[in-house]
Design a protein around this ligand. Structure first.
Ligand code: ATP
Length: 239
């Protein structure tokens, strides 16, 4: 991290019809950081990520990326600027092969050689994916599907990766493989904003975190501070 902000979310307010999901959410992600968003079910974590990538339009507030406002820009434009989302539930296409899913992530890439390099990068990160490129994605294990979802996001060559619940439903060893890969990507320079139920695991690989509660930021601090915080320990770490 070099201390400059890559993403700034300011006073975001988002509603689904008359249901206000985000009241006032502000956060920053610095270049090179891994930052975690934790919070109970329904706190607004997914809503925050969807708003950042333009899938939801905020009623109030701004999203600034690389010094420019991207608030409510079309999603394809936001992806082109360098943000990719690996969504909750993975969102892969079960009837397409693994390779076809990865190609979809690279739909803007006209250079076949660059595509090959990016594909090789994903396959080096996740050797399982390389073995299964021709397999129908719907027949993969949950962990393999998560690897494909992250791989597809990487194929758009993001500078900021948003991840929604990458460990959901996965066994501990598979979860560890996913988090090892995230650490490797971060060392290569990728900035990551992570939403996780597994607060201990997520904070352990993060520099900072935010705790959301009913659409507001309740707490923020360094990962070490949050891991020590009595409220965090009781509500999210089961301690
Ligand atoms: P989870 O961990 O359960 O995914 P979350 O923190 O990601 O929770 P969100 O999915 O952002 O929470 O939801 C925030 C609030 O918005 C919740 O009260 C939820 O019921 C509501 N909400 C989310 N999606 C919709 C929708 N499509 N229509 C109406 N309300 C919605």
């Amino acid at each position: 991290a070099d201390g400059t902000s890559l993403l700034t979310v300011e006073n975001l307010g988002v509603a689904y019809g008359s249901i206000e999901a985000l009241h006032d959410v502000s956060l920053t992600v610095g270049r090179g950081e891994i930052v975690t968003l934790i919070g109970a079910n329904g706190a607004g974590k997914t809503t925050t990520l969807k708003t950042i990538v333009g899938l939801l339009k905020p009623k109030r507030g701004r999203v600034v990326f690389n010094g420019e406002s991207i608030t409510a820009r079309p999603t394809h434009e936001i992806v082109a600027r360098g943000i990719a989302l690996a969504p909750e539930g993975r969102g892969i296409f079960p009837d397409l092969t693994v390779l076809e899913n990865l190609e979809l992530g690279a739909y803007r890439q006209p250079d076949r050689k660059q595509f090959r390099r990016d594909l090789d990068h994903v396959c080096t990160l996740f050797p399982r994916v390389r073995e299964r490129l021709r397999q129908r994605a719907g027949t993969l294990s949950g962990g393999e599907q998560q690897m494909v979802a992250i791989g597809r996001a990487l194929m758009s060559r993001p500078t900021l990766l948003l991840l929604d619940e990458p460990s959901l439903g996965l066994a501990p060893l598979v979860t560890q493989a996913i988090f090892d890969a995230l650490g490797e990507l971060n060392r290569e320079g990728l900035t990551i904003l992570l939403v996780e139920q597994n607060a201990h695991l997520a904070l352990s690989c993060s520099s900072r975190g935010y705790v959301l509660e009913t659409g507001r930021v309740l707490l923020t601090g360094s990962a070490a501070e949050l891991l020590q915080d009595a409220r965090v320990r009781e509500a999210y770490l089961g301690q």
